[in-house]
Design a protein around this ligand. Structure first.
Ligand code: ADP
Ligand code: 5GP
Length: 203
């Protein structure tokens, strides 16, 4: 049996908070409104200004989230920066029935869990050019308190350690946005690209 073309496999993107994942995704969905289906996760975190329930996330209470875990609703779920996040079976199934490529934006614990399923996904890591650039972007976005930004930056190191293990099929360094988007688009459309080298990220 010949392997599935990459375009028919779900695409899992991950990378530290503030690296530019949502920015890249937004551009992709604007350029190709009919090709992709975003896996809308459930989360217990509060919506940011402009975020819509059902579009960016399904915003739920902690009790609601626990109920969903008990019901077996999630393919994977994880605690990140004091909030819970999870991907439901229903979301991924609904997208697969549309013929669009399913794209998941999840953190490293979720990536490990998805890898243990039969989802047969392609894994893409978005890396910052440096830790100082990441710090600047996260703070520049203006969505996090100082404590939340510090927590997210500490967790970023774990995401980076996981990428250093070679866990992903592709690495793209989001330095220049246009350059990173061009590579991202090619991976999303099912092309096999040459990964960027992972920067040292020790600054
Ligand atoms: P994530 O979804 O990974 O948490 P965002 O997409 O919200 O990250 O991006 C975090 C911040 O960094 C935003 O303010 C965004 O405009 C900015 N940003 C994204 N890509 C770049 C880039 N290549 N260069 C500089 N700033 C960027
Ligand atoms: P944010 O709060 O910035 O939207 O997301 C924080 C982190 O949670 C990001 O790394 C994002 O990829 C991850 N995330 C979003 N949805 C899910 C999910 O359903 N499962 C897991 N494991 N992580 C998620």
């Amino acid at each position: 049996m010949s392997p599935l073309p990459d375009f028919l496999r779900p695409l899992v993107i991950s990378g530290p908070s503030g690296v530019g994942k949502s920015t890249l995704l937004q551009r992709l969905f604007a350029e190709f409104p009919d090709k992709f289906g975003f896996s809308v996760s459930h989360t217990t975190r509060a919506p940011r200004p402009g975020e819509l329930d059902g579009k960016h996330y399904h915003f739920v209470t902690r009790d609601g989230f626990q109920d969903l875990i008990r019901e077996g609703a999630f393919i994977e779920h994880a605690e990140f920066s004091s909030n819970f996040y999870g991907t439901s079976f229903m979301t991924v199934r609904d997208i697969s029935q549309t013929g669009r490529r399913c794209i998941l934006d999840i953190e490293a614990q979720g990536v490990r869990q998805i890898k243990a399923t039969n989802l047969n996904a392609v894994y893409l890591f978005i890396s910052p050019p440096s830790l100082s650039a990441l710090r600047e972007r996260l703070r520049g976005r203006g969505t996090e308190s100082e404590a939340s930004a510090a927590k997210r930056l500490a967790t970023a190191l774990k995401e980076i350690e996981y990428a250093k293990e070679g866990a992903h099929d592709y690495v793209i360094v989001n330095d220049d946005l246009d350059r990173a988007y061009d590579l991202f688009k090619r991976v999303a459309l099912g092309e096999q690209i040459r990964s960027d080298p992972l920067p040292p990220l020790d600054d």
